[in-house]
Design a protein. Structure first.
Length: 72
């Protein structure tokens, strides 16, 4: 359901170069997830200017990590 919701937003907003980062079956308490790390790298490289998440808890569950990412 979450993935389909994100795909609908991408389609409705006509984001042409959208990428989906998905660490299936991994908890948001673990920041050492492969696609999460790839997301952070691509943000640091300036390759991402918008981030859409189903809800914040899908990205992280740690307040310190939340603050770190929101500074990007």
């Amino acid at each position: 359901m979450q993935l389909e919701s994100i795909k609908r937003v991408i389609e409705l907003e006509e984001f042409n170069n959208a990428r989906i980062y998905r660490d299936f079956g991994m908890t948001g308490t673990n920041t050492d997830r492969p696609d999460y790390q790839k997301l952070l790298l691509e943000i640091n490289l300036g390759l991402i200017d918008k981030l859409i998440a189903y809800e914040y808890s899908r990205l992280w569950r740690d307040l310190e990590e939340q603050n770190r990412l929101l500074k990007y």
